[in-house]
Design a protein around this ligand. Structure first.
Ligand SMILES: NC(=O)c1ccc[n+]([C@@H]2O[C@H](COP(=O)([O-])OP(=O)(O)OC[C@H]3O[C@@H](n4cnc5c(N)ncnc54)[C@H](O)[C@@H]3O)[C@@H](O)[C@H]2O)c1
Length: 348
């Protein structure tokens, strides 16, 4: 079987806990190297996940390990700087979110991947989560009808403004939230809604960085979306709801339970009463986090796109457009009105 020679750059928390555990199980990936400025982290992850070599210097790694693809996982300024370098070196790129600290930076990275004809993918893994894939297939089934609306709900810990020297850009509290958290629910919404035409958003602030953002969005084809972003709770949970015009609604809670409502009655007894009959799918308790959440599936998809010359999703263009929508949400809040989302195109 053909394999993609992959190098990992940045062996911190996210890489170690969520991304690398899936790699030994992905038969289309051949892990050639791990690189981190901290030698012990590079060596630890090379040893634990089966890489042939560990490096602290990216140039040395590119020259010696000669990877075909790199996975870059660090602060967003590193995503941009090393992402550009990796693409310049002719390697396909998988980069964690956000792809850059600014909309302009994200655009630059997207442009280079397109110009070079290389696979560029961003780690908004929720599109690839098993339960989301189940919901997506249901939303394309005959009984579901036309998709009318998408609701994406995301609840996380309060995010404060990130320090200027942290590699997250000189970001205020709102933009820090969009970089750290908001990109995920926006990406999931765009996966189903497509390009966003208009945005109307509100924000309410509480104590100690607690806040909520609620936004209604209109897609270019008239379908509607709702983002319910709650940066207020000491934990993480998510919700996705898709409404079709074929009397069907599908919901995914916490990247776990999938609920499908079609209005069909289960049996005679159920037909005799008002009630909601539903079909439910739940993940098996033995599934690991990288299997259920999409962390593993997204890397399998990355390898598949390289080997079979397919366009990846979410691409670096998506990573950029998610930040364009995030900025439009904040602009709508600041201007207290519905705004037209910028319809920018890449200069390639
Ligand atoms: N998709 C998700 O669900 C999700 C969840 C958490 C974090 N993340 C993203 O993962 C990224 C990393 O977060 P983290 O918590 O793992 O950070 P971290 O600080 O734990 O890890 C970053 C690592 O990168 C290394 N590094 C920095 N510059 C480098 C360079 N030039 N060359 C080589 N190595 C370098 C650091 O030494 C460090 O080990 C963030 O951008 C974050 O947004 C994504």
């Amino acid at each position: 079987m053909s394999k993609v020679k992959l190098a990992v750059i940045g062996a911190g928390r996210q890489c170690t806990k969520s991304l690398m555990p899936g790699i030994p199980y992905i038969e289309t990936l051949d892990l050639v190297a791990v690189c981190d400025l901290q030698q012990e982290l590079a060596e630890r992850n090379a040893r634990n996940f089966g890489a042939r070599a560990a490096y602290t210097d990216i140039e040395k790694m590119l020259a010696e390990a000669r990877p075909e693809a790199c996975m870059v996982v660090g602060p967003p300024q590193m995503h941009l700087d090393i992402g550009l370098r990796v693409l310049e070196a002719g390697c396909h790129l998988f980069v964690e979110k956000p792809t850059a600290p600014t909309v302009e930076g994200a655009r630059k990275l997207a442009e280079l991947s397109v110009k070079k004809g290389l696979v560029g993918q961003v780690g908004h893994m929720m599109r690839h989560a098993g339960p989301v894939r189940i919901a997506e297939e249901l939303s394309k089934s005959e009984g579901f009808g036309k998709l009318l609306s998408v609701e994406s709900k995301y609840t996380t810990w309060p995010t404060g403004a990130l320090p200027a020297d942290s590699g997250w850009g000189n970001s205020d509290e709102d933009w820090s939230y969009m970089l750290v958290q908001g990109g995920h629910p926006i990406d999931l919404l765009r996966h189903f809604l497509g390009e966003v035409a208009r945005v109307s958003a509100f924000r309410c602030h509480g104590q100690k960085n607690a806040k909520v953002y609620q936004a209604t969005l209109e897609g270019q084809d008239g379908r509607v979306g709702f983002l319910n972003l709650q940066d207020s709770f000491n934990g993480w949970y998510t919700g996705l709801e898709l409404v079709g015009d074929g009397k069907a609604v599908v919901r995914v809670d916490d990247l776990g339970r999938v609920t499908y409502r079609t209005g069909k009655r289960m049996n005679e007894a159920a037909r005799a009463f008002w009630g909601n009959d539903t079909q439910v799918w739940e993940p098996h308790h033995t599934l690991s986090a990288w299997e259920r959440t999409g962390y593993g599936n997204q890397l399998r998809h990355f390898a598949d796109c390289i080997l079979n010359k397919k366009a990846p999703y979410p691409s670096l263009v998506d990573g950029w457009k998610n930040l364009v929508v995030a900025r439009a949400i904040l602009d709508s809040i600041a201007q207290r009105k519905t705004i037209e989302a910028p319809q920018e195109t890449l200069a390639v």
